[in-house]
Design a protein around this ligand. Sequence first.
Ligand code: TXA
Ligand code: MG
Length: 323
Amino acid sequence: MSFLSTCTASSLTDAAKSLIAGNLVAFPTETVYGLGADASNEKAVARIYEVKGRPTGHPLIVHISSINCLDKWARSIPDYALKLAGSFWPGPMTLILPRTCLAKDFITGCQDSVGIRVPANSVALSLLKEFENLGGLGVAAPSANRFGKVSPTSAKAVYEELDAYLSDLDCILDSGPCDVGIESTIIDCTTSMPRILRPGGLVSKVIEETIGITLSVETNQSYVNKIKVPGALDSHYSPNSKVVLTGSPQLGDGFIALESVKSPTGVVRLASPKTNTEYARCLYDALRLADKKGLKRVFVVPPTGDDISVAINDRLEKSSFSK
Ligand code: TXA
Ligand code: MG
């Protein structure tokens, strides 16, 4: 596995060629780092599952460089979805749409829909453009972590998590820490009204205020299970340390809270973000730090509000779920 810390034009071309050749490339996006493979290559996609230790059958998001590539992968696109894509791509938003025959069962988990996203990260976009120039159509990429674990927000975190599973031909592109730090907002666009399946980096209030589209949040668990959203499993995004959200912190616990919240005596402060945006950016790194320090428990004081804290709270609930 090679680690490319200078994402020059030539290293991005090499990475795009490597994807075309069927290898894996971990790359930065504005949300979290993704583990990419050619979305048309079944063998390459199978390696994503192997490296992540992810059960097969869970669908993957296809990353494309622009809205112009959308109709290769999706059909019967509702007007509201075009409006969403036109307004928020590139950006931290994944649209679930009816699939074309290009989106094979090994991408969609045998569903009739496909998840598509245009990431807002210059390295990701250059990689995708190079890949498309070479004849590629889309890059399948889940978060570059082992199944059920915390998503990586830096190339170093990808390396620590996946180096043991990647081959010499795979590579990791490093372009520093992710801007948003929490995965994309997933919006189901397969019915007459859009529904949020996973809150994420694009805040629903912003969508509603910008384009006047009202989004409902899918709360019917049997529907969510039926469409296989692994991020919707009760337990996910978990460090080895036990994440605790209620009660009181104990001596020796890790502690994550906004800077305005004072550390209780005897805890190990892991992060002190000043704002909710900063909270999202540093949360996963702070959870990883808890593991590095070998802490048994991390006590987290969740942020409040109708901004990115909605997504933070979703992840905290899942990471604190007792297995
Ligand atoms: O921000 C992100 O979305 C990151 C970056 C790398 O783009 N990717 C990411 O991928 O979080 P992953 O696989 O870790 O989570 C994607 C979620 C999964 O829960 C998956 O089930 C859901 O998207 N998904 C993908 N295709 C779907 C589909 N056709 N229907 C329903 N859910 C789908
Ligand atoms: Mg993930």
